[in-house]
Design a protein around this ligand. Structure first.
Ligand SMILES: [Zn+2]
Length: 427
């Protein structure tokens, strides 16, 4: 299939360009315009590479509108214990699949074309990554997934998490899905399983995806039990190396930031989640170029996350401009591109995967290569997303998902969600 998008304003921040030009797509990739191509008029629209959510928990998709616990949590650990560690235990494989499908459709409708997911379902570990991947695949979403290894329900389930990551790495053949080695966080993983998961990741040649210093409780636990701060503990266990993905990093001190930066690991910044959980302000302005953006399960809306990143960066420093946040969003595509062996992902370079979005909004003020970050942070929102393409396939057209019947999906979710919430009472 070959297509030419005609008359678009192409905003390609990776290549620092804004042009009004036609964009050819052939065999799932950006190409020159070819004879016989289907022509799609997008004049008056802005077209940009698809957005990347670099840290998500799709298992939380059915939690929208869920009543809070009777005894409201007062700190981060209580939020995990009373909400998320009960929800994830209530999941069966059908609920994992449905959550994945709903989260992937919701993200696509917001202009997100790739999701990096960190999954947990402690009562159904074996096979859960296939249930998750099938939902993402069905929705046409590009993804990188893992199971978060944790000893919070005993070391045996920690080992089962490692086994699930390895099983999936060995068996997955889906062209739009890649896998990593997941790990929950230092404070729920003992020495044996931390070394085992790090060793397995290195043997498989895949990165580790772990929460790091999200709350101070992670640092205190590591200092109390091992005499090391979290980044040093991970590094000494081989779980912090180039290409690894560390979520949050809110409580990293200066030495840990230096350790993370020199390692070549990525840091996923989740500003809305940090505010929601009141864990503190992540010192991301000091963390270098490998900071990417994630939603941490709040939703799949990277326009909203980028704006929140901008506002938090302004709160932290008067010298932070819109480019910092827009570049962090763009860096997510570099991470996902590294997982797919596609260094041009996130740009309109010829040969790059055709992951793109069409916004039915022009620019009411001049839009140039030098101010596109300002338009991204102050102008465009998920509401402007009209069409979405992943690997050359239209996933959303005219605000309707093309691969999933959204009305039917929503009806299924409205039926399943209250049952899931009720079953949390068992845990
Ligand atoms: Zn997370």
């Amino acid at each position: 299939m070959s297509i030419v998008l005609t008359g678009a304003v192409l905003v390609d921040r990776a290549r620092k360009s804004v042009d009004t030009a036609d964009l050819g797509i052939s065999s799932g990739r950006i190409s020159g315009a070819q004879d016989g191509s289907e022509r799609v008029d997008v004049s008056g629209c802005v077209v940009m590479p698809g957005l990347v959510c670099a840290h998500h928990h799709l298992y939380s998709s059915l939690a929208r509108g869920m009543p809070g616990p009777a005894d409201p949590p007062r700190n981060f650990l209580q939020i995990l214990e009373r909400v998320w560690w009960r929800l994830d235990r209530a999941l069966d494989l059908d609920a994992v699949h449905l959550s994945s499908l709903l989260g992937a459709v919701t993200a696509a409708r917001a202009g997100t074309t790739a999701v990096v997911d960190h999954h947990a379902s402690p009562e159904v570990i074996d096979g859960s990554l296939d249930a998750l991947a099938d939902g993402l695949d069905r929705a046409g979403m590009r993804s990188v997934i893992c199971y978060e290894v944790s000893d919070r329900h005993g070391e045996e389930r920690g080992r089962a998490g490692i086994a699930e990551n390895l099983r999936f790495l060995d068996s997955n053949r889906r062209p739009l899905v890649r896998a990593m080695m997941g790990a929950h966080a230092s404070f729920t993983i003992g020495p044996e399983n931390l070394e085992a998961l790090a060793g397995a990741a290195r043997e498989q040649g895949v990165p580790v995806h772990i929460h790091l210093a999200e709350d101070d409780c992670d640092e205190r636990d590591s200092l109390d039990r091992y005499g090391l701060r979290t980044a040093q503990r991970l590094a000494s266990a081989g779980a912090l190396e180039e290409g690894d993905l560390l979520a949050h990093g809110v409580h990293l001190d200066r030495d840990e930031i230096a350790t993370v930066r020199s390692s070549g690991a990525w840091v996923a910044h989740n500003p809305r989640s940090n505010m929601n959980n009141r864990v503190g302000d992540a010192p991301v302005l000091e963390m270098g170029e490998r900071v990417v953006l994630g939603t941490d399960g709040i939703d799949g809306d990277m326009f909203a996350e980028t704006r929140a990143c901008y506002l938090k960066s302004r709160e932290a420093s008067s010298s932070a401009g819109p480019d910092f946040s827009a570049d962090r969003l763009g860096a997510g595509a570099s991470f996902v591109g590294s997982m797919f062996g596609e260094p041009a992902l996130g740009s309109f370079e010829p040969g790059a995967p055709a992951d793109l979005i069409v916004l039915d909004a022009g620019a009411p003020t001049p839009l140039t290569a030098s101010n596109s970050a300002g338009h991204l942070v102050f102008g465009y929102t998920a509401q402007h997303v009209r069409d979405v393409m992943v690997a050359g396939t239209w996933v959303v057209r005219n605000r309707r998902h093309q691969l999933v019947d959204e009305d039917e999906l929503n009806a299924r979710c409205r039926d399943a969600a209250p049952k899931l919430w009720a079953s949390m009472e068992d845990f």
